[in-house]
Design a protein. Structure first.
Length: 256
């Protein structure tokens, strides 16, 4: 007799446990659910899933314990590419303790969605990098174009024998510079009064750089030039390298 009562009790518990799948669903919730299924089957692109997703959520609002609605919502969110929400709803479905086979399928679907999300995230990152690279390239081109014809000149640097002045002009994407040397009390056979020494540096170094403070670098065996360009000035760092490195900084101010 006790064994029979125990068996009946276990059977009742089993029925109660599965009642969330056999419960009476409000007709309004079922209407939303059926409409959602229908609209999902007719969807042709990602945006078409918005309406069935809304209707599945409406059904759940009317029947919060309807496990099947969570599952179908999760599957629809997966089709729409909303992977985090899809995983959340399938996890909620599993929490209602569905039959073992159904729970297994739902959990495996979660793993599939995670794989899809990982792939989508990598593609998004790659597309973002491509977009940023294109934006940087466009910004460089615009910056170079905005500097075309701009001239900078330094204050004269005087010694007992000469005065040095740097004249810089941006032309055709290059930094074209001259060092103007003015002799002070020249003595024959020193030429005078001016000697032009050409300096030509590439404007773009090929590295990602901000619009302000754009850096361009040129190196030779014994010299290294570093250029920073701002709207109102251009800064030249000239390094002379022999036994040791000596750095000279020349600030040129925009004149046009």
């Amino acid at each position: 007799m006790k064994k029979q009562l125990l068996s009946i009790t276990l059977l009742l518990l089993s029925v109660i446990n599965n009642n969330s799948f056999a419960q009476t669903i409000p007709e309004a919730a079922r209407e939303k659910y059926v409409m959602a299924i229908t609209l999902r089957n007719q969807a042709k692109n990602a945006s078409d899933y918005d309406s069935p997703i809304t209707k599945f959520k409406d059904a759940i609002a009317l029947a919060p314990s309807w496990a099947e609605a969570y599952k179908e919502l999760g599957l629809t969110l997966e089709l729409a590419g909303k992977f985090d929400e899809a995983i959340s709803n399938l996890t909620k479905y599993i929490s209602f303790n569905p039959p073992a086979d159904d729970a297994r399928k739902a959990q495996d679907e979660i793993y599939i969605i995670k794989a899809k999300k990982e792939k989508a995230d990598l593609e998004h990152l790659a597309n973002t990098l491509v977009r940023l690279e294109a934006q940087e390239k466009e910004a460089k081109q615009k910056f170079i174009a905005s500097l075309e014809g701009v001239k900078y000149i330094s204050k004269e640097i005087r010694s007992d024998f000469e005065g040095l002045q740097y004249e810089i002009e941006i032309k055709n994407g290059n930094i074209n510079g001259n060092i103007i040397v003015t002799w002070i009390n020249p003595k024959p056979p020193r030429p005078g009064p001016k000697l032009f020494i050409g300096l030509k540096l590439p404007l773009v170094d090929g590295q990602p750089m901000p619009l302000q403070g754009r850096v361009s670098i040129k190196e030779t065996q014994h010299e290294k030039w570093r250029v920073e360009i701002f709207n109102d000035r251009l800064v030249l760092d000239k390094s002379i390298i022999f036994d040791k490195e000596t750095v000279y900084t020349i600030v040129c101010y925009r004149v046009n």
